[in-house]
Ligand binder design. Structure first.
Ligand code: 9MR
Length: 328
């Protein structure tokens, strides 16, 4: 018989942090429709701050911070006793329009980044529980990605970012976050080597986020391969979280009953996660309408989340629920 419990209750009973990312657009787009907040706070015990804390949306010009959207999401989380994940302090993407063309010296850029991290992580020191401090600093071939930060400071920018975050938010858990590193491959090896160097240098890093955007889920990330990857990061002393999961399919090759396939995939990934000591899974949105995939790539399906356009729970929701129920 289907459980009367919410997903949130079952997550709590399993000591699972089950989150969803929301954007402030969700509030703006559906101002008379409280479903985003209602579904989030009823069914999840964590929230990630979507786009609101990225440098671009946050900093309309050089000297101004606009915290309105970020405050709205963070305060919703705090008011509803959700774990709040801040995303992200350092990234090469979604930088403000005024950021380029470049006219900083290397030293000025270093000071700029320190001030940014101190201001943003400091503002939320009592409210953000986990930070994705550095996002996607490794290239697909496993080498360090050439970004403005890397060009100015070399790899040390990562050490510094974690140290600066730790100075102003000593209670928060500090994460490195990346895509395409869900199983052991060239890029995951590069990230592993980077994190090992950070740890050797005494950098205050607590964990690694595996984004888990499954673009072409027919090319299944084998749950055992995920488990093996989780274990090796854990052996470094790091926590491992799944931070941005969604499940899409190549439109040319959508499996029959793809929502059932999607459900099984979510279930298998969550099971591999829990079995290997990963206690956090975040989906990249609450309901399909809000998925970033709606604007990203028309060759893949755009119904990747646990709730449909009407906020009705999908087979993936019930599959996760069933798994958690069986483990209580
Ligand atoms: O969902 C985000 C989308 O609205 C933005 O346009 C996009 C900009 O690159 O970023 C998306 O979120 C990304 C996240 O911040 C980092 N990992 C990959 C996510 C999907 O691109």
């Amino acid at each position: 018989m289907a459980s009367e419990k919410t997903l949130r209750q079952l997550a709590d009973e399993n000591d699972l942090t089950l989150g969803a990312s929301i954007t402030a657009d969700a509030f703006r787009k559906y101002p008379d429709d409280p479903d985003v907040a209602q579904t989030l706070t009823r069914e999840f015990n964590a929230v990630t701050t979507g786009n609101a804390l990225k440098m671009g949306p946050l900093r309309p010009d050089r000297n101004t911070y606009d915290f309105e959207d970020a405050d709205a999401i963070v305060n919703l989380g705090v008011a509803n006793d959700l774990l709040v994940r801040g995303h992200t302090l350092v990234w090469h993407n979604q930088t403000p329009g005024w950021f380029y063309p470049w006219d900083y010296t290397d030293d000025q850029l270093r000071t700029f980044l320190r001030d940014h991290i101190h201001t943003v992580a400091g503002r939320y020191r009592e409210k953000v529980d986990v930070w994705d401090v550095v996002n996607e600093a490794v290239a697909d071939d496993g080498t360090m990605r050439e970004t403005a930060w890397y060009d100015a400071m070399g790899e040390e920018y990562i050490d510094l970012a974690f140290q600066w975050a730790n100075e102003v938010a000593p209670e928060a858990d500090l994460f490195y976050n990346d895509y395409g590193i869900d199983e052991i491959n060239e890029k995951a090896d590069g990230v592993y080597a980077l994190l090992e160097r950070l740890i050797d240098r005494g950098v205050p890093i607590d964990g690694v986020g595996l984004q888990m955007h499954a673009f072409r889920a027919q090319e299944y990330v084998d749950p055992e391969a995920l488990g093996e990857n989780i274990r090796r990061f854990k052996d470094l002393g790091l926590d491992v979280h799944v931070t941005e999961m969604d499940v899409a399919y190549d439109r040319e090759n959508v499996p029959e009953n793809h929502l059932e396939h999607q459900a099984q995939y979510y279930r298998d990934i969550l099971e591999a996660c829990l079995d290997n000591g990963c206690d956090t899974l975040v989906t990249w949105g609450v309901h399909d309408t809000a998925s970033w995939l709606r604007n990203y790539d028309q060759t893949i399906t755009d119904d990747p989340l646990l709730f449909d356009e009407d906020f009705d729970p999908k087979p993936a929701y019930f599959a996760i629920k069933d798994l958690l129920e069986s483990r209580v």
